[in-house]
Design a binder for this molecule. Structure first.
Ligand SMILES: C[S@@+](CC[C@H](N)C(=O)[O-])C[C@H]1O[C@@H](n2cnc3c(N)ncnc32)[C@H](O)[C@@H]1O
Length: 207
């Protein structure tokens, strides 16, 4: 293993695709199919934003499109919260569980589910949604908008989604800015990360 096979980010160890542990997981047949093949940099934006605007203690957090789950693991390590990691592609979970193990997070809850299948009843079990780089197809704009709005109706307090600036995410961000008075802004993550992104932070003002 070379030093460049892994990096330290916001107190977490994040492995790269070239890391022997990642190669071993992939060689066991865990081939991802919906872009869950690596850690995406919008999660840096999520971590940095949450470090300044954290969840409340005790919140039950649902991460949508968790991929390798570093956003949830960051929350579990830094805040007194419960995490549940949801993804349509169950091939991502071995990567997530390995990152949980090396970062000392015990048994993260995982759920294999399409965004499209998330019901209001399911959302009753959560106080906050998080997500990074999950609104990347046109069809995901109404789908994710619907999940967040139904969540708010079910009593969700907050939803924070970050993105590298895709037009699809911008469409969703502008909608929540207009209709829900959400925070929707640029976010610069300083060195050593040097990542730019957009943040959408929807508070349940209609509760
Ligand atoms: C670009 S990756 C981002 C992964 C992770 N959030 C990160 O920042 O590293 C998008 C993730 O969303 C998941 N995904 C895509 N479409 C989905 C859907 N319709 N329902 C649930 N998960 C989906 C993929 O499997 C993938 O893990």
């Amino acid at each position: 293993m070379s030093e460049t096979d892994s990096r330290e980010a916001f107190g977490l160890q994040v492995l790269k695709n070239s890391h022997p542990d990642i190669r071993r997981i992939r060689d066991k047949g865990n081939y991802t199919s919906l872009h869950g093949n690596k850690f995406w940099k919008s999660t840096y934006v999520l971590m940095d934003y949450l470090s300044e605007c954290p969840p409340d203690p005790g919140m039950r957090i649902l991460e949508l499109g968790c991929g390798w789950g570093l956003g949830s693991l960051y929350c579990a390590k830094n805040f007194d919260v419960d995490i549940t990691c949801l993804d349509a592609d169950d091939a991502v979970f071995p990567y997530l569980k390995h990152h949980a193990k090396i970062n000392g997070v015990k048994k993260p809850q995982t759920v294999q589910m399409l965004f499209e299948d998330i019901t209001t009843d399911f959302l009753l079990d959560f106080d906050m949604i998080i997500g990074a780089d999950i609104c990347f197809w046109d069809s995901l704009v109404p789908t994710l908008t619907g999940v967040i709005e139904r969540g708010m109706e079910a009593g969700l307090q907050r939803a924070v989604i970050t993105d590298p600036g895709r037009p699809t995410f911008r469409e969703m961000g502008e909608y929540f800015y207009e209709e829900w008075d959400a925070v929707y802004s640029d976010w610069d993550v300083p060195a050593p990360y040097n990542v730019w992104g957009l943040v959408l932070d929807v508070y349940n003002t209609k509760d």
